[in-house]
Design a protein around this ligand. Structure first.
Ligand code: ZN
Length: 222
């Protein structure tokens, strides 16, 4: 039976957070979603997030997070330099946005607090996670503790995809019966719809569907 507690899903408009949103819908009777307008180059994802939230009948809020526009670092940020020599840690991909999930979780927790929501859901994976350090379980546990202490309010972070490969995430969406909703998701780092087919995100997504033996609804005729 679904928990009566409310939950807030961090919804980017991509495949993983969309799957996490529908996972939350099965477990919690009151589900809201929050997306972040953070100066991302592929701003189109906010449109996809709004569409997905509406289909899931989840309230949807877009919060501005403006720090990254001032910093102009990472290939995902509008107007930022993209050269390898500009990177602090060359082992991390150019798409790493330093502190993104720290700020997103803090903003989401502030919002949750005002709505008397204790549960946050984030669709990160530490398996196929492109090496992002803010997608690991250790980070999430520490954030959960920091947010609960800083707000003097219980915050629980759920990460249903944390140990899942892309293939397993596709299979979870299939099991939840929500594969068709992935038609409205955005993945491409280049901001292309349905995808450029070449960037790391497009390649990872395609491989996930292929390994799962499932056709990606993104490429169905519109
Ligand atoms: Zn792409």
């Amino acid at each position: 039976m679904a928990s009566k507690e409310g939950t807030l899903v961090l919804l980017s408009g991509g495949q993983d957070s969309t799957t996490a949103l529908f996972w939350a819908k099965k477990r919690f009777s009151r589900v809201e979603a929050v997306s972040f307008d953070y100066g991302q180059r592929h701003r189109v994802e906010l449109k996809h997030a709004a569409k997905t939230a509406a289909l899931a009948r989840a309230g949807h809020t877009v919060m501005p997070v403006r720090e990254f526009e001032a910093i102009k670092y990472s290939a995902l940020i509008k107007g930022a330099k993209r050269g390898k020599k500009d990177r602090v840690n060359k082992k991390l991909p150019a798409t790493f946005v330093p502190g993104r999930n720290i700020l997103f979780l803090a903003a989401a927790a502030s919002y949750a607090y005002t709505k008397k929501i204790h549960n946050l859901v984030i669709g990160v994976s530490q398996v196929d996670y492109s090496g992002y350090p803010d997608c690991r379980r250790g980070f999430l546990s520490a954030m959960e503790k920091a947010l609960s202490l800083g707000l003097d309010y219980r915050i629980k972070i759920h990460a249903p995809l944390i140990n899942k490969t892309k293939k397993e995430t596709v299979l979870l969406a299939k099991k939840l019966g929500v594969l068709h909703y992935l038609k409205h998701t955005h993945t491409c780092y280049e901001g292309k719809t349905p995808g450029c087919g070449k960037c790391a995100a497009c390649v990872l997504r395609a491989k996930g569907f292929e390994d799962a033996g499932v056709e990606d609804p993104l490429f169905e005729r519109r």
